[in-house]
Design a binder for this molecule. Sequence first.
Ligand code: HSE
Length: 367
Amino acid sequence: MYLDLLLVGFGHVARRFVKLLDERASVLHDRHDVRCRIVGVTTARHGAAFDPNGLSTAVLLDRYASGSSIDGTDRDRAGRDYSWLLSEARHHTATACAEGRVVLIETTPLDVTNGGFPAIDHVREALLAGAHVITANKAPVAFGYRDLAARAAAAGRRFFFEGAVMDGIPIFNLVRETLPACEILRFRGVVNATTNFILTAMERGRTYHDALTEMQRAGIAEADASHDEDGWDAAAKTAALINVLMDGDATPLTVAREGIRAITPDRVHDARARGRRIRLVASAQREGGLLLGRVAPEELHPGDPLAQLDGLQNGLLLETDVLGTVGILQLDGGLTQTAYALLSDLITIAKQGTRDRNRGHSLAPSP
Ligand code: HSE
């Protein structure tokens, strides 16, 4: 199957993703019969490019690294925004759109101040144009999951977001594919790598500032790192988990939230001296008919699986009605893992497309 990719956002995750696409090209082709080409990219500060015959990954990355526009001309060409990208795609890849072979890869930064926009619009418009959507941005699923899932179903397209929580470690896929007869009753997790890295670094004598700077340099902290520090990233992930796994209607704003700025080295060491560890814990549970989400630093008992998580590690404990508690740990987190989530969603879309075609299902949108 041939897939044409449109990228909105070309930050750390997207750049790692396009490299991973090249690195795994033979696996995609030999094992999954998928061939991909990037036909369009828009960026916030490096212009935009579109070529229906495919753009060169190496050239895009070189131009980005050199600071010039990714189309090789002057930067920030007026009007070359997301609407421009979609209109180029509608015009030049109409057949591929109609056949369900165009995928929007949405990796714009998390912004909690605008109710999930403009990322939600990116998803809506792409679905309307006939593209599938994969996002690593938490905003669409945290603010607009129900609406977007319904729009995707009506359009006969996929809306996937595995990279939104715990990078490439399967959470949404795992529940969708392997826990179809279980209810998720509650969950607890450590879902933000930046704050876990800072707390671990402070336990080891490093400063908060030093550890945060390292996460910013590594491209793991959010573009606006206060989203990590103040718990917004974890609250967005909590809302996403509530909406998808528990059929809730949360947003990051409805999740009770406390970040880690008030955690001092003294508090971290004091907890350690008592055999405890402070971790930023995200959780949700049902109480009196309501689904309550919470993000807050907690002192964890050494027997708690979440207390074992160091540095970039993340973990999620799902309490189910049938299987008891199912734990998922991410012991190696990072950019490659987030990029991998996009890749794995892409393969799922290709496989489902092939399966639908073999069964003779139409990929055309519902009337
Ligand atoms: N800023 C996020 C984190 C990136 O630190 O976990 C991955 O969602």
